[in-house]
Design a protein around this ligand. Structure first.
Ligand SMILES: [Zn+2]
Length: 130
């Protein structure tokens, strides 16, 4: 990905981040977004956070396409939203990791559908407020 494309992507993600912070009621958090080439473990997203400081770093793979039909911006947004929801779910305590991931996937998909109604080019509802 060229430097220019990368900075465009980061800019667009930061706008989307603000939108999702509002939806998830996480406006008092500080999120830092890092875009990196996909690592050896093939992970598309990762979050490290400090609950007390309300600070989180989200690392996203630059090329995280989840489906051929979707564009990169949409896919990375979906991965970013997934990581953001971890902030709400992970501190709840002990539960099987797989269940947590499944729940987060369901929330993420539902929220993305609500926002885009399956069409990445046609934001609906709250999206217009960003
Ligand atoms: Zn996860």
């Amino acid at each position: 990905m060229t430097k220019e494309k990368l900075s465009q992507l980061k800019e667009s993600l930061e706008l989307k981040l603000k939108y999702w912070q509002k939806v998830l009621r996480l406006q008092d958090w500080k999120f830092e977004i890092k875009l990196l080439p996909r690592g050896g473990n093939n992970e598309v997203g990762h979050i490290a956070f400090n609950l007390n400081a309300r600070y989180a770093t989200i690392t996203l793979a630059q090329d995280s396409l989840t489906s051929e039909a979707l564009d990169t911006h949409y896919s990375i947004e979906e991965n970013m939203l997934h990581e953001m929801i971890h902030v709400l779910i992970t501190p709840l305590g002990d539960h099987p990791k797989t269940l947590e991931e499944q729940a987060i996937e369901s929330f993420t998909e539902a929220l993305m559908r609500l926002r885009y109604d399956n069409s990445p080019d046609q934001p609906i509802g709250l999206a217009n407020e960003v």
